[in-house]
Design a protein around this ligand. Sequence first.
Ligand code: DOR
Length: 405
Amino acid sequence: MKIIFRNFRVIDAFTDVTGSVIVDGGRIVDVVPDAVVPHGDGGLVFDGCGRLVLTSGFVDMHAHFREPGSSGKETLESASLAAARGGYTSVVCMANTSPPVDNEAAAISIKRRADAIGLISLYPAISLTEGMNGKKLSPYLAAGRSAVRTYSPPLLSEDGRDVADEGLLRTALRAAAEGGHTVSCHCDFGGEDAAVKRVLELGVDCRIHIAHVSAKGAVNLLRDHKSHAPESPVTAEATPHHIALTRGDAEASGAETFGKVAPPLRSEEHRLELIEGLRDGVIDVIATDHAPHTTDDKLNGAPGFSGLETAFAVCYTTLVKRYNFSLQKLFSLLSAEPARILGLSGCGAIAAGNNADIVVLDTERETVIDGDTFASRGKNTLFSGRKLYGSVVLTLHDGRVVYQA
Ligand code: DOR
């Protein structure tokens, strides 16, 4: 179906114009830098009144969708809807399910179900080790380069835990590199700084992405690494909660219960270093680490926050409103860079020929966050009760409206 978005501020990491975007058959067919185009010839027309922002759908490199095994915490349906409500059109879901996703068939079955739900593009990550046991290579990696594949995950990851055995980690990274894969590393073995240092010094020629950087020392190690090796393919992410909150916020909600997350919320000094890391490009992307849990699980100390539905408002309020980041920079962090790192073609920019994965935002609108209204089954957020700027008005995926406020 043809859809015309007229009179929007069309802005992504590369463009900033007031104009119109025409969508047809799941693709962006034209971007017209005029304020007004004629009313549609039978298609759907949305008017941005020269004020609403239109950008490319957000891309989340790090979320936990919990299926198979923990549908009490989240289902593919509830997580997909949470993503659409948050403006996300492509999401990587982590492998720490029950059982863990350590083989291609398991990943394909999740992907097929998510495709049938049809709200987002979901890319299941596959683990580095078998059953995430940290003892031997996952069947996916062990099958080697010669295996016939129908699904190639944009990320391999053991997220949820680190691979303690350095020899095995090196073998896994070598196998990943041979297969052309990027590996998202959950760095906490021996502490975040030591774990980041270990990965950077392994010397394996693999595209490494550092998950949820939260510590000042880790940011500085990455800054050093990138300045000494500007061609290095190492990339890194920070989460909305680590850039907006500190230990005090965790303690106020119960450091071992509702405020618990891994890595933990740290001091203001750490938080400010993350902001600087994002500003100067040491940290490349924002990823939600959406980690839904039941209330009982949180009371029993399960780490994580539900993050998909608050990410844009938290990042817009923190980075743009408070720290004067440009909107273009924010959209680079939320869409263009994650799409580039994941190798998702047709994503990350509003351009003719790209996928019709679009989000419309009202940056002026203030909302009071209430976790109880989330589509996610995980209602736990430390942002409940906070007044934040920026809300998602509409999400278009593959040319179809998948969410409208
Ligand atoms: O807080 C977290 N929760 N951090 C992780 O690394 C894992 C995640 C989860 O799966 O709940």
